[in-house]
Design a protein around this ligand. Structure first.
Ligand code: ADP
Length: 477
């Protein structure tokens, strides 16, 4: 039977026998039932992950062999791109264009990037005094609990599994309850390409149930979490009880700053992608568009023209550039913010209403006349809702950009190279784009300042977060 938990190399039902439905957000209908992991399943999965860590083939496998497995997993995913992309699209509402061209090959390439790292994780020899040799080793942290969201399901699974496995850890992965299907398939593929039992365990289930049990479990050494800032704070508090290592990739309210001297055509495209890509369900979404006042009206006209051409449609159609939001709850949340924006005096220029009565479709929505202290400029909406805020000079733009609890990403559009770098340095964010938006590659570190997170993913920074550093002293005289 499909859609089971993956524990210790086998697909098994939940100990409780319970299942939960996962829906197709384009229709609101149930796609399939999925085994619902609970605390007992977390117990079993952590025990399996611990056993695989301590003994058996994984424990003695060298980095090169781990790298080969990771590479093979990437290859296997690429061979199955279309099937994985369709599964992802049905479960999440992401367009097939994005899942087949972005998420699935991106996830495969993430595994292959980390395959290359697996035999290049090394220590140092340190210049200590006396008749001693002192060297450091980078050892795996141990059992990693990975808790991931629904906006990039297979990609986030790869962002956690790739580095964790490259560094020699074992993993218990809990996908989001809205989008469990590709994670389960990924767990099956990992077994097929030869990862030993217990190395990759997958527990579909709910956050407060399986997720919370994983975060509390004393046998889990590290939690790698991507999700809301609210749950991130909860996880950090819970993890403190056992001093688990924690990396958190959380929310954002990213400023997208357009100066009058920018290439405005390019900046309009960047602004549209920045907020409407993936229906705005992106932690780095450029949800605050800061426009220099002298180009405000001209820019807005182009922006609204572009937005009106980006209507959401059937995510399985290759023509669709936008799909539905992921759930009824998300639909209500987004429409709630639209109502709040209107009530607080922002001007709704376009969008703001559900499209149709089947599925959770919301069109591009743009508010102007937004002040940075309005709710729609302060809180993460996670939907296709843009707040346009005018500014007069560099100092004001920077002040508004940094006036947020978040610090995940930002963009600056200008032809003035000095201004571009000065603003990039002044902004408190983990990623700053200049004359571009949304770029992400495996070689570049990703993470947040302030309440957008703790730690960095991707690039070489994973070594710090997925290994313990051991110092070994040897007397030589
Ligand atoms: P969103 O609000 O976007 O759904 P969440 O932060 O609620 O994001 O969810 C991200 C992930 O965190 C999901 O896998 C979810 O099941 C999980 N999660 C939610 N609440 C908890 C919790 N209390 N403990 C552990 N994981 C949780």
């Amino acid at each position: 039977m499909q859609n089971r938990l993956i524990i210790d190399g086998a697909a098994v039902p939940a100990a409780s026998g319970q299942t939960f439905p996962t829906l197709n957000p384009a229709t609101g209908e149930t796609l399939t039932e999925v085994a619902r992991a609970g605390a007992e399943d977390v117990e079993r999965a952590v025990a399996a992950a611990r056993a695989a860590m301590d003994k058996g083939p994984w424990a003695s496998m060298d980095g090169a062999a781990r790298g080969q497995l990771l590479w093979k997993l990437g290859e296997r995913m690429l061979a199955e791109t279309q099937a994985l992309a369709e599964l992802e699209t049905r479960d999440s509402g992401k367009t097939i264009r994005d899942t087949s061209g972005g998420d699935v090959p991106g996830a495969a390439r993430c595994f292959q990037y980390f395959a290359g790292w697996a035999d290049k994780i090394q220590g140092d020899v340190n210049p200590v005094s006396g008749p001693f040799l002192n060297y450091t080793r980078r050892e795996p942290v141990g059992v990693v609990g990975a808790v991931i969201p629904w906006n990039f399901p297979i990609l986030m699974a790869a962002w956690k599994l790739g580095p964790a496995l490259a560094a020699g850890n074992t993993v218990v992965l809990k996908p989001a309850e809205q989008t469990p299907l590709t994670a389960i398939r990924l767990g099956e593929l990992a077994l097929e390409v030869g990862f030993p039992p217990g190395v990759v365990n997958v527990l579909p289930g709910f956050g407060e149930e399986a997720g919370a049990a994983l975060v509390r479990h004393p046998g889990v050494n590290k939690i790698a979490f991507t999700g809301s800032t609210e749950v991130g704070k909860l996880i950090q508090r819970e993890a403190a009880a056992t001093l688990k290592r924690v990396t958190l990739e959380l929310g954002g309210k990213s400023p997208n700053i357009v100066f009058a001297d920018a290439d405005l055509e390019q900046a309009v495209r960047g602004a549209l992608t920045g907020i409407f890509y993936n229906q705005g369900q992106v932690c780095t979404a450029g949800s605050r568009l800061l426009l220099e006042r002298s180009v405000h009206d001209a820019f807005l006209a182009k922006l609204l023209d572009g937005a009106s051409k980006m209507q959401p449609g059937d995510p399985l159609s290759p023509k669709s550039r936008m799909g539905p939001l992921v759930s009824q709850q998300q639909l209500e949340r987004v429409l709630g913010y639209v109502a709040k924006g209107k009530a607080e005096g922002a001007r709704l220029e376009v969008g703001g209403e559900r499209v149709g009565d089947k599925g959770y479709f919301v069109p591009p929505t743009v508010f102007t006349g937004v002040r940075n202290d309005m709710t729609i400029a302060r809180e993460e909406i996670f939907g296709p809702v843009l707040s346009v805020i005018p500014f007069d000079d560099v100092a004001e733009a920077t002040r508004i950009a940094n006036d947020t609890i978040y610090g995940l990403a930002a963009a600056v559009w200008t032809r003035d190279i000095g201004k571009a770098h000065a603003v990039a340095h002044a902004i408190q964010a983990g990623t700053v784009w200049v004359n571009t938006y949304m770029n992400s590659q495996n070689a570049s570190p990703f993470g947040g300042y302030k309440q957008s997170g703790v730690g960095r993913e991707l690039g070489s920074s994973f070594i710090e977060h997925y290994t313990e550093l051991k110092s070994v002293w040897v007397r030589m005289g």
